[in-house]
Design a protein around this ligand. Structure first.
Ligand code: NAP
Length: 318
């Protein structure tokens, strides 16, 4: 059994504060904050600076659209420069912003604070967990979808499920108070002891689909016209997953990629949308992470490396 470090347990009065601080008030941050708040869960937004706080106040709150219904929620907010203690934090920024964002509030986290990391891909969560040795980091992998209709406005575009699991796999007890809030808020979720496996599997699905949609300039469904390319990538990704000790995540990968291509045929992948709208992509935490892991394990992945080189060239095209 793991030894408990009592000096890092939160004080009883700190545990009483059930407020969810939300850092990263974009698509997913708005989606989570609004659902929690309307269920009566205390939520406090953390904006990056005074200018963003002012913009939020001018917007008159957060707006969440679900189907034909739009509701506005004026939630308490401060900039990250505030100084109150934080016991529960939802980090909902992009993977490439995660470390800088967490650094701006790290000293406010009480020992034992729960920090949920919603980032896609891999690498950023582990880096954040290393920065917070006295917090309880919880990794999340979600199939929910939301997009920004404007500043502080989100549209809930796809129902799904959020898998949650402890960054420290030796800790197998689910945080019940936190999950109870998700139940109250109607956020579909499942606790898992195998969150790494979920993250790897999602990373592999993303690596097999997203870069090809950018390179071919197409919707997900059009990848059905490139079956050999998809099959070869899936074979390499499955080999890499096994080399990384993730055999479960490798099983049936190709079949699932084909299912996703078919089920989301009309959609543009998130990477395609980022490129199309001139936004930075999370490629370093997807294909970049996969290629680095392959190098580490001396696992040959020529197809993934070529894909990465083609993608980098395409992304840096003037
Ligand atoms: P997003 O709409 O771009 O929102 C990110 C937010 O983070 C922005 O509001 C940004 O603030 C904020 N932020 C960044 N750095 C910050 C800092 N230092 N301090 C305070 N705020 C900061 O991103 P998203 O779509 O919600 O995605 C978040 C993560 O979830 C990504 O890793 C994404 O891949 C993953 N994910 C998203 C979806 C989805 O459907 N959206 C689905 C699955 C997974 P500003 O507004 O001030 O720039």
């Amino acid at each position: 059994m793991r030894e408990q470090d009592l000096t890092h347990e939160p004080a009883a009065e700190q545990l009483l504060d059930r407020t969810w601080h939300v850092l990263g008030v974009g698509s997913l941050g708005v989606l989570w904050a609004c659902r929690l708040a309307r269920a009566g869960v205390p939520v406090h937004l953390l904006l990056r600076d005074a200018a963003r706080l002012q913009a939020y106040l001018q917007a008159g709150g957060l707006s969440l659209t679900e189907g034909a219904q739009t509701h506005v929620h004026l939630l308490p907010a401060t900039s990250v420069a505030g100084d109150g203690p934080i016991t529960r934090l939802l980090l909902a920024c992009k993977a490439y912003d995660a470390q800088a964002a967490i650094a701006s509030v790290a000293t406010r986290l009480v020992p034992g604070a729960e920090v949920i990391l919603l980032q896609n891909g891999m690498g950023s969560q582990q880096a954040v967990a290393r920065m917070l040795p006295h917090a309880r980091c919880i990794y999340a992998s979600t199939t929910e979808g939301a997009y920004r209709a404007g500043d502080f406005q989100a549209v809930f575009a796809g129902q799904g499920l959020t898998w949650l699991g402890d960054a420290d796999p030796s800790r197998n007890q689910a945080p019940t108070a936190l999950l109870a809030d998700l139940v109250r808020a109607g956020i579909a979720h499942q606790w898992t002891d195998a969150i790494e496996s979920r993250l790897w599997r999602k990373l592999a699905l993303n690596c097999a689909i997203n870069p090809l949609t950018v390179l071919h300039g197409c919707r997900n469904g059009a990848l059905a016209d490139h079956p050999d390319e998809v099959a070869a990538l899936c074979a390499e990704l499955a080999r890499l997953l096994r080399a990384c000790g993730q055999a479960d995540a490798a099983d049936g990968l190709h079949e699932e990629v084909l299912r996703v291509i078919q089920a989301t045929a009309a959609n543009y992948s998130s990477m395609y949308q980022d490129v199309d709208q001139g936004r930075r992509t999370e490629v370093d935490y997807l294909l970049g992470y996969a290629c680095a892991a392959a190098l580490d394990r001396h696992c040959e992945v020529p197809g993934l490396q070529t894909l990465q080189a083609r993608l980098i060239k395409a992304l840096h095209k003037p």
